[in-house]
Design a protein around this ligand. Structure first.
Ligand code: KG4
Ligand code: ZN
Length: 355
């Protein structure tokens, strides 16, 4: 049976909805971001994000159906992110999905946001303009590297919904480190794109920065690297740790700024790639996928591909950051595999949901 699922995602600052057919074909993908409202604060303000979701959710869902050329009779089920994420934000998407599931009499699937990022890799077709899709879905076993603003994880998938978490973030996620380093360097939010753009002009070997060593070689820690950048910037600009960090960027020259961006990015990316390569060699998966916002990073793609013997699969840039398509895709597989549906009268959010 071919299924069409409406996916709804509101875990952070993107209000997103999409329709996916059979876990393969992207029929629509609508994302309204409140990022511009957060930029002035250098990070997402949960209260502002939640209020923006309330305003955007209905039009975004309507647009997703229209772009897909679907009416409610064409939709077989609704998939929604119920965790992990910001409580007030998750609540808006979950309540919208619950209400629609009741009114339109559709099965409801509760989706894990981080699993969703991995499932963006199963999308292989679309007639929407401007998307580059892989020509085939990844084969199991799949090694998934999930790198986002909230997560750094290595997961081995033996099959759909049968996986082992090899390692995870012990403190800051890699995307968070990009965002915090951007702040120190005076680069705009979100830090990932701005640091990687600045890094293009910088010398990646100018500053020596540390790689964290952890007892589980697959775990991640980026708070030490972030602090090392802060200390190095203080040393380079001739101030000590008592100097206000929000004023540090003013003291940096352009050359120092781009060299710090490049040196930080090199070490952050190398750290992740070292772990992914070790996991690949140990578990010999049939495919390797990258997921999450940091999967958009060009240096990460380049280094990883350069060190692995198989072709690494990535979603289109627009499907790397938070979106409804990844949740709709995951929902398709839940439906096809017969996962029990969620109760639309009681589904609760799980802000700390893990894999
Ligand atoms: O997956 P995502 O949209 O949200 C979470 O679930 O966290 O990821 C957002 C994160 C942000 O930290 C952002 O700085 C980072 O992804 N990011 C990047 C790039 N584009 C976005 N990091 C490095 N390089 C990029 N090009
Ligand atoms: Zn995400």
């Amino acid at each position: 049976m071919i299924v069409k699922i409406l996916g709804i995602e509101t875990s952070c600052d993107e209000t997103a909805a999409a329709v996916v057919e059979d876990g393969k074909k992207l029929l629509s993908n609508i994302v309204a971001s409140s990022m511009d409202l957060h930029a002035q604060y250098g990070g997402v303000i949960p209260e502002i994000a939640a209020r923006s979701h309330i305003e955007a959710i209905n039009p975004v869902i309507e647009q997703a159906l229209t772009e897909a050329g679907c009416n409610w009779d064409d939709i077989d089920g609704i998939a929604v992110t119920y965790g992990a994420g910001l409580g007030g934000c998750l609540l808006v998407g979950v309540l919208a999905a619950r209400t629609l599931a009741i009114i339109k009499k559709k099965p409801l699937y509760a989706c894990n946001h981080v699993e969703g990022h991995v499932y963006a890799n199963f999308l292989t077709a679309t007639s929407l303009p401007g998307y580059t899709m892989p020509d085939k879905a990844p084969a199991f076993p799949i090694l998934a590297l999930i790198v986002s603003g909230g997560h750094s994880q290595l997961v081995l998938f033996r099959d759909h919904f049968d996986y082992t978490l090899l390692g995870r973030a012990q403190d800051d996620a890699i995307g968070e480190a990009f965002d915090k380093v951007a702040k120190v360097l005076g680069l705009p939010y979100p830090g990932g794109p701005s640091v990687s753009k600045a890094a293009l002009e910088g010398d990646a070997h100018k500053y020596a920065l540390p790689k964290a060593k952890l007892s589980n070689p697959y775990d991640f820690s980026f708070s030490g690297l972030k602090t090392a950048v802060l200390r190095a910037v203080q040393a380079e600009t001739g101030v000590d740790h008592t100097y206000p960090s929000f004023k540090l960027a003013e003291r940096l020259t352009k050359a120092q700024r781009v060299d710090f961006a490049a040196s930080f990015q090199r070490i952050a990316v190398e750290t992740v790639v070292d772990k992914a390569v070790l996991a690949f060699e140990t578990h010999q998966p049939a495919s390797m996928v990258i997921a999450g916002g940091v999967a958009a990073n060009g240096e990460l793609r380049k280094q990883l591909q350069g060190r692995l013997p198989i072709e690494v699969s990535y979603p289109d840039f627009k499907l790397c950051t938070d979106n409804g398509a990844m949740i709709a895709t995951l929902g398709c597989f839940h439906m096809k595999k017969g996962t029990p549906t969620a109760d639309p009268y009681s589904l609760d959010i799980k802000p700390n949901l893990s894999m």
